[in-house]
Design a protein around this ligand. Structure first.
Ligand code: SF4
Length: 119
């Protein structure tokens, strides 16, 4: 049996899901095994979501989320829809959707500039 759990609370997802799919403006932007993505998120939106929740056990830090506001679905931005909110966006992001690539086993990301992996 499989269950799909949909939430904005990525901390809860980490507790209940074996696999995670992060969606932005209707596009799947990162997907893979929970134990792979949580220590090493690569998509800027996933990183921003994780930065928006406090750690109950780790050090205190300033909470951050994605910049700005979600796009108007009737008039989405050109190129990759996340680019107005992304701190890593470049010219290519405003023009084209990135390819969906496997950056490590069972870890897929759609981003022109996936962030360095951390462990
Ligand atoms: S493709 Fe560009 S805008 Fe989209 S998440 Fe990656 S760096 Fe940011």
């Amino acid at each position: 049996m499989a269950m799909m759990y949909i939430s904005h609370d990525i901390a809860v997802i980490a507790e209940v899901a074996q696999r995670i799919g992060v969606v932005y403006a209707g596009n799947l932007v990162e997907f893979g095994d929970t134990l792979t993505i949580f220590p090493r998120p690569a998509h800027p939106n996933t990183i921003a979501l994780m930065s928006a929740f406090p750690s109950l056990e780790g050090e205190q830090r300033r909470l951050r989320g994605p910049l700005g506001e979600p796009p108007d679905p009737l008039r989405p931005p050109s190129g990759y829809r996340f680019h107005p909110r992304c701190a890593f966006a470049t010219q290519v992001c405003t023009a084209q959707m990135p390819p969906y690539e496997e950056i490590e086993p069972d870890h897929f990301v759609a981003c022109w500039h996936p962030q360095p992996r951390r462990s």
